[in-house]
Design a protein around this ligand. Structure first.
Ligand code: YYY
Ligand code: MG
Length: 155
């Protein structure tokens, strides 16, 4: 078992509804994630463009950028064994119809509205987790946290 960190974001569509925000927060706790950091924030268009620059040029880029800067979000650093994969599994597929039909119990299967307004974000690799944690929590030092917390995780 290897302790891992991931970045999870509750997107503006889900934060807009207090019951959905509460349900998603509970979902994190029910699935054995440790909440390492948590932050409520809102993006400018520029933040949104910078975070999603890997998608610039894709047909959905403009609507994605607009949506992600349309209202408040909540970001978490989550820890658990295999955190990246577990959180992506819990979220379900990106596209809402695929999520609804192939993973109806997943977060996006239950709550996703459209391919863009799909409730949550999760890092997809160790490299993107590092980059994204740094983007949202520039003061957080993963090495320091691991040094402190990993020993108690093992025992
Ligand atoms: O990592 P994940 O969020 O599951 O999907 P990505 O392929 O990285 O796309 C990022 C983001 O872009 C997605 O969560 C919504 C938006 N998007 C979209 O609006 N329309 C699509 N057809 C595909 C993705
Ligand atoms: Mg992605």
């Amino acid at each position: 078992k290897v302790l891992q960190l991931t970045l999870a974001v509750i997107k503006p569509d889900a934060v807009a509804h207090p019951l959905m925000l509460e349900a998603l927060h509970q979902r994190i706790l029910d699935n054995n994630f440790v909440i390492v950091r948590r932050k409520d924030l809102a993006w400018t268009r520029e933040d949104s463009q910078r975070f999603y620059c890997e998608h610039s040029g894709r047909f959905f880029y403009q609507r994605l950028v607009e949506f992600m800067s349309s209202g408040p979000m909540r970001a978490y650093i989550l820890a658990r064994e295999d955190a990246i994969r577990h959180w992506r599994e819990l979220m379900g597929p990106t596209k809402v119809f695929r999520a609804r039909y192939t993973s109806p119990a997943s977060i996006r299967g239950q709550f996703g509205l459209t391919d863009t307004r799909n409730t949550t974000h999760g890092s997809d690799s160790v490299e993107s987790a590092q980059r994204e944690i740094d983007f949202f929590f520039p003061d957080f030092c993963a090495e320091e946290w691991m040094k402190k917390e990993e020993p108690s995780f093992r025992s």
